[in-house]
Design a protein around this ligand. Structure first.
Ligand code: ADP
Ligand code: MG
Length: 704
């Protein structure tokens, strides 16, 4: 027998009309042997199951979901069409159901009372069929979902002879579900807009001719023509033409960006005026946009803290109220004389009140609004959890190079020691070509401008926070900061005499040398981003108490930058793992600490922070993967907005939870006192659901 292995099944689930459907599916699947975890993301309708293939087949898992009354849609089809169909399919029968209830009521008043029962029963059958079927499956597995509860209430009302009441519950409940599906679907819209784009065809230049080719047939390296007004189908580099491109779908910035030859363009962005000829660098699946979408889908599955609370509450709430309802029906029958039917009726009202729908939907709807508002602004948040945490942050730590500064460092001077300026630049650039660091890019750009040419380098290695090394003609060469050369014992008094004055003027200085000698020093300078000052000010307005800077750069340079902005403290010459340790210490003191960074060297710190925020445009892949939040447009002004969004989300979730529990409690009291009717309880449930949905969607009006 092979070793135990776990596989993952990911499918979309259709026909989910209330978030407790998600809980139900999770619960049922976890009962199966061979299933390790099951998680439903109500908002993206994605079901993720980890299972043991030796014990259970994926098909049987899907079968179970179908048995519960849902449809299973393959991982590649989007759920939205399904939802729209569901809404369309249902609205006729719901409208007819409503009409039948009215006719029944009229005929009981006017024409012929027995006829009214025919109308009522038709309404019950027509409207109740779909949830009764689901209720049957759930009840069989001892899952008390709202379909079971409503079916019980309807059945009870029929037993009591309250046919009008039974029919109106059926109508109200179906209508409520429809409305809920509709409004939740609306709030899924932003994410859908992102996901909906997949290129169908592209004009490819083949053998000198432009051909329309199916997107799946296009290969990396081919040339694709994009006309004005078309969406760019793949990531690529412009080989001919210039245009401006609206990248709002990706970065949230609606200002068009000018693009010319050699510039990078992204799949899913909109080409505005010019025709472009593009060399494909990534197909759709590997494109930036597809990866972002993937991250969003993965992300929103991670449950927020408040959602956990609500799930747990709902788990105990329903059985508790049902137990209560049971007592209300049984105890009077055993010990009291008098109107037993009245008590039975009260018990039925309690059964309706046991349905936790508004409560269960209150949190996810708020979180998804928050996440999609963030996405609209180009802030990618990998889960409700981090959105909430953003609202609780007290301390921010920023990396310097590439984060507070634009990362467009420029070579300002070359200071030869043992070498010539030419050899210094050529050697440095040859090695730096392999590094992804703003300093490295600046040196390579400078070498290109000076036309030094490059020599062959083998075995390049990056040393985050220090520099890089590589082999040239069998010899090791080093490019990096003072600390790096100091550590290898390559520094000397004489070198420092040239170095220190440069550093005290605020330059970032890079030494170039081998085991024996230092060829020279390159001085670079980098400027603050234009928005840095304002962004920090806004953060303070959002109540952030401490803002500090950490950098691997030299102390003098750090203090020169720090003096231009309002920081509480700064730390220079910090290595990557020290950055992470520092975050750890800060977390002991302040608990909630956010770290903002762009480099490989920031990754450990991003991981250690409560919320790690990465720069998504120029930042490194590693930092984006490690971070919990990615700023697609590298605009620091998005950070105070994200904090505000987090706070607002926390506030609205609290309101929603209070509101939905409050309404339940009021009706619980009314029911016990005998003042609430069944239809009032159903209407209250529906009202509460709509109220929390509306309240949650308020977040989408928030603007930076
Ligand atoms: P920050 O923390 O401010 O983002 P880093 O930790 O990325 O800065 O880099 C710190 C210092 O390490 C840089 O200022 C530079 O001196 C040196 N360094 C890092 N990578 C390189 C490289 N590829 N080439 C030269 N120097 C480098
Ligand atoms: Mg950096």
């Amino acid at each position: 027998m092979s070793e135990k292995e776990t596989r993952t099944l990911r499918v979309s689930v259709g026909d989910m009309d209330c978030p407790d459907c998600g809980l139900k599916i999770e619960k049922r699947l976890r009962q199966l042997s061979g299933v390790e975890t099951a998680e439903v993301n109500f908002m993206t309708t994605l079901l993720t199951v980890n299972y043991q293939p030796s014990e259970i087949k994926p098909r049987s898992i899907e079968q179970e979901v179908e048995n519960l009354g849902f449809s299973v849609i393959g991982p590649n089809r989007t759920i939205q069409n399904q939802t729209v169909q569901f809404l369309k399919k249902r609205h006729h029968s719901i409208a007819t159901c409503g009409l039948l209830v009215c006719l029944g009521f009229l005929s009981s008043l006017l024409f012929f009372p027995p006829l009214s029962n025919v109308f009522y029963f038709s309404a019950i059958l027509l409207g109740g069929y779909s949830f009764a079927a689901k209720a049957f499956y759930s009840a069989r597995h001892w899952i008390l979902d709202m379909n079971v509860l409503m079916s019980l209430a309807v059945l009870g009302a029929v037993l009591l002879g309250d046919h009008l009441e039974a029919a109106s519950i059926v109508f109200l409940f179906s209508f409520a579900q429809w409305l809920e599906t509709y409004s939740v679907d609306r709030s899924r819209k932003t994410i859908r807009q992102m996901i909906d784009f997949t290129p169908a065809e592209a004009s490819v230049r083949r053998g000198g001719l432009d051909q329309r080719v199916e997107a799946g047939q296009v290969r990396v390296g081919e040339r694709v023509m994009v006309r004005p007004g078309e969406k760019i189908p793949f990531d690529g580099k412009i080989v001919k033409g210039f245009s401006s491109v609206n990248q709002a779908s990706m970065t949230g910035e609606s200002l068009p960006v000018d693009k010319k030859e050699n510039d990078q363009v992204y799949a899913g962005t909109l080409n505005l005026q010019g025709s472009l000829e593009i060399e494909v660098t990534h197909l759709w699946k590997e494109s930036r946009m597809a990866r972002i979408i993937h991250m969003v889908e993965e992300a929103s599955g991670r449950k927020a803290q408040s959602q956990r609370f609500v799930d747990v509450f709902a788990k105990y709430y329903t059985p508790a109220v049902i137990g209560f309802a049971f007592l209300a029906a049984v105890i009077p029958a055993l010990f009291l004389q008098g109107d037993l039917n009245a008590w039975f009726y009260r018990a039925l009202v309690l059964v309706v009140i046991a349905c936790p729908c508004a409560l269960v939907i209150s949190t996810p709807v708020t979180i998804i609004s928050g996440l999609s508002t963030a996405a609209r602004e180009g802030i990618l948040i990998k889960g409700g959890l981090f959105l909430e945490e953003l609202g609780r942050i007290k301390t921010f730590v920023f990396d310097k190079t590439g984060t507070l500064t634009a990362g467009n460092a420029e070579v300002k001077g070359v200071y030869p020691l043992a070498g010539t300026p030419f050899s210094i630049i050529q050697t440095a650039a040859s090695i730096e070509k392999y590094a992804k660091h703003p300093v490295a890019e600046a040196i390579v750009a400078y070498a290109t401008r000076e036309k030094t040419g490059l020599t062959a380098v083998h075995d390049f290695q990056a040393l985050p926070g220090l520099g890089g090394t590589g082999q040239i003609e069998g010899q090791s060469w080093f490019v990096g900061n003072h600390r790096y050369f100091e550590e290898r014992g390559l520094c000397s008094k004489q070198i420092e005499e040239t170095l220190f004055p440069l550093e005290s003027q605020g330059y970032t200085s890079v030494l170039v040398g081998n085991e024996r000698e230092v060829l020279g020093i390159i001085a670079l300078s980098d400027t603050l981003r234009p928005e840095t000052g304002e962004a920090l000010k806004r953060l303070r307005e959002e109540g952030i108490g401490t803002i500090s800077m950490v950098t691997g750069d030299n102390r003098m340079n750090a203090s020169a930058i720090a003096s231009q902005i309002s920081l509480d403290e700064f730390h220079a010459e910090i290595l990557p793992d020290e950055k992470a340790n520092m975050i750890g210490r800060l977390r002991k003191k302040f608990d909630k600490v956010a770290m903002v960074g762009d480099g490989i060297n920031d990754a450990p710190a991003l991981a250690a922070a409560t919320v790690g925020i990465a720069m998504g445009e120029k930042g490194t892949e590693v930092s984006m993967e490690t971070a919990d939040v990615v700023l697609m447009s590298d605009n620091l002004m998005k950070i105070p907005f994200a904090v505000r969004l987090g706070k607002e989300t926390l506030k609205i979730i609290k309101q929603n939870v209070a509101l939905s529990i409050g309404i339940k409690m009021v009706f619980l009291a009314l029911a016990v006192a005998g003042w609430s009717t069944l239809w009032m309880a159903v209407a209250a449930d529906m009202g509460a659901s709509l109220l929390v949905i509306g309240n949650g969607m308020r977040i989408t009006f928030l603007r930076p």
